[in-house]
Design a binder for this molecule. Structure first.
Ligand SMILES: [Zn+2]
Length: 325
């Protein structure tokens, strides 16, 4: 577990933020180096000379990772390639090389799932390579108002709850399910290939991320129910804490179900402590969910997860804005 937590990019970011450096973008650059060093000095799974892994998970559908906890996907068609999630410029450059290692078809679109800097950076690399970057309008508006050092405004935005992008022999269906996490978070499916790309709402083999930042818990749970109804067999989840060999094979509906069950189990455990009359500040330490003790982050983050859900149950759902559905 120790190594797995160390390879979580976000964990290292938080460690550096708490160390007192005020420039988040510098921390982002630094943690990438730290994480790469840590994983490639301990992992024999990924080729040392490549520092990256690409794997075909379905017919002409590939997962890609640099090994720092971020997973992208790309789908090759007759006319071109659709790429999902740019993360940051270093990742994007290697992702382009990975695409070019398996096809000479042009990259048509680079789809970006939502506004957060740790996902929405690096798009300029794809625009420079001749692709068109795509974000939901809500994500693009946020990035315009809150630019990160490595973010760029998208070439294309869309505003509906659903939009289909024609790729010739397949279509990419982009669905905005509401205010579940960040702004404009989009679930992508490719029905012809029965695959999906899911950012942040499903992270296999891991408890919720630290203090559960920028999640509307109820909407998250509801959205997972909608994802369970979607038409796919296998997905790439942006953060996947299964052992890397398994993580590169992607995630499934079982992982979507497990994520939803974790939310429910944690909420029920908190409500049980409320019922017992356990003191508010004693509840985070009192709640234990041993059935998840093998999940990454259980020892470090369960108390934070608990406190975050408690505030939601106490104050009402947040964040929330009007007309976000
Ligand atoms: Zn996010």
């Amino acid at each position: 577990m120790e190594r797995a937590v160390l390879t979580s990019a976000s964990t290292v970011t938080l460690a550096k933020i708490s160390a007192g450096n005020n420039d988040v973008s510098d921390q982002f650059r630094n943690f990438s180096i730290v994480v790469l060093v840590s994983i490639f000095s301990t992992s024999s799974v990924l080729a040392a000379d490549e520092n990256s892994g690409v794997r075909e998970i379905s017919a002409s559908v590939y997962s890609f990772t640099l090994g720092e906890g971020n997973h992208s996907m790309f789908v090759i068609g007759e006319d071109g390639v659709a790429v999902f999630e740019t993360f940051h410029s270093g990742h994007s450059q290697k992702l382009i090389e990975a695409v070019q290692s398996v096809t000479d078809k042009p990259i048509k679109y680079a789809f970006i799932s939502h506004n957060h800097w740790d996902h929405a950076s690096g798009g300029q690399v794809f625009s420079n390579a001749g692709a068109q970057t795509v974000m939901h309008q809500r994500a693009a508006d946020w990035v315009a108002a809150n630019p990160g050092r490595d973010t760029a405004l998208p070439d294309i935005t869309w505003s509906e709850n659903r939009k289909d992008f024609d790729m010739g022999d397949f279509a990419v269906t982009a669905q905005y399910l509401g205010l579940n996490h960040g702004m404009g978070l989009t679930i992508f499916t490719v029905p012809e290939r029965r695959v999906a790309y899911i950012a942040d709402l499903v992270s296999p083999n891991r408890v919720m991320f630290s203090v559960v930042p920028d999640f509307n818990i109820g909407e998250w749970e509801r959205s997972l129910g909608e994802i369970l109804e979607m038409d796919f067999d296998i997905a790439v989840c942006s953060h996947n804490e299964l052992p890397i060999e398994e993580a590169m094979d992607g995630c499934t509906l079982t992982h979507v179900e497990e994520e939803r069950q974790f939310i429910r189990d944690l909420r029920n455990a908190i409500l049980a402590e409320f019922e017992k009359g356990t003191g508010f500040m004693d509840i985070p330490k009192a709640v234990r969910l041993p059935q998840y003790s093998h999940w990454v982050g259980y020892d470090e983050w369960l108390e934070m997860n608990t406190l975050r859900l408690m505030t939601d149950l106490w104050m009402g759902p947040f964040p929330w804005v009007p007309d976000a559905q």
